[in-house]
Ligand binder design. Structure first.
Ligand code: PEP
Length: 252
């Protein structure tokens, strides 16, 4: 039985006042969370402040990205896996479509970051997903396969025991357009079946989140699908009431 996992991706939003207000709201409602793992991923600059503001251990902290270089060095502007670990991060989002599209991150770079995160003892939330054009032109499955294969060939299927996958159709991220529960389920089942060809136990146990315009009003139906194990939440994670409502919708 997989325990659902919901993570909030705050993207590049916030200020100290905003973080304090949001985390105060999460603190006060965290007692309502049962049967679901929860994490929030603030901008790196606010990770420490967020952790200091959190008064509950039912919510973990993650980062939104990290460098390929695992430790320290002359990499101006970067932050490493060992630094995230030192700060207290349990998760790191890798390969988000905004990183791929805006910053040109390749499948090979994402795979290398997954390797580095695993070596540092941080759980990668590996994002995969197709654009609308890729879906409409019938290459959705091959795009997602290539995204997964790059990581699989570098770290091997056994390492996926410690990986979370987030299926995020690019056309549904921040657009208000959600994949229908059936559309999302189809892709989640495809991903799980692909992994099952390599290792049935890993495939059965891996958490596959859905991400893309999840809101309190659509979360329950999405998370009720057999292969959807919670969500990666962008916009709605910036509101404590909405985020907690979404987390509760994933509870088993
Ligand atoms: C995301 O950024 O990962 C995401 C799913 O965003 P939103 O929920 O706003 O679509």
């Amino acid at each position: 039985m997989r325990k659902p996992f919901v993570a909030g991706n705050w993207k590049m939003h916030g200020s100290k006042a905003f973080v304090l207000n949001l985390v105060t709201g999460l603190n006060s409602k965290s007692g309502e969370l049962k049967g679901v793992d929860v994490a929030i991923c603030p901008p790196s600059l606010y990770i420490d402040y967020t952790l200091r503001s959190l008064s509950t251990d039912t919510i973990s902290i993650g980062a939104q990205n990290m460098a390929e270089e695992p430790h320290q060095g002359a990499f101006t502007g970067e932050g490493s896996a060992s630094m995230l670990k030192d700060l207290g991060c349990r998760y790191v989002i890798l390969g988000h479509s905004e990183r791929r599209a805006i910053y040109g991150e390749t499948n090979a770079e994402v795979a290398n970051k997954v390797r580095v995160a695993l070596e540092a003892g941080i759980t990668p939330i590996l994002c995969v997903g197709e654009t609308l054009q890729e879906r409409e032109s019938g290459v959705m499955e091959s795009v997602i396969s290539e995204q997964l294969d790059a990581v699989l060939s570098l770290v091997g299927i056994a390492a996926f025991k410690a990986v979370v996958i987030a299926y995020e159709p690019v056309w549904a991220i921040g657009t208000g357009v959600t994949a229908s529960p059936a559309q999302a389920q189809d892709v989640h089942a495809f991903i799980r079946a692909k992994l099952a060809q390599l290792d049935a136990v890993v495939a059965e146990n891996i958490i596959i989140q859905y991400g893309g315009s999840v809101k309190p009003g659509n979360a329950k139906e999405l998370f009720g699908q057999p292969d959807i194990d919670g969500g990666l939440i962008g916009g709605a994670s910036l509101d404590a009431d909405d985020f907690i409502a979404i987390c509760k919708a994933a509870e088993v």
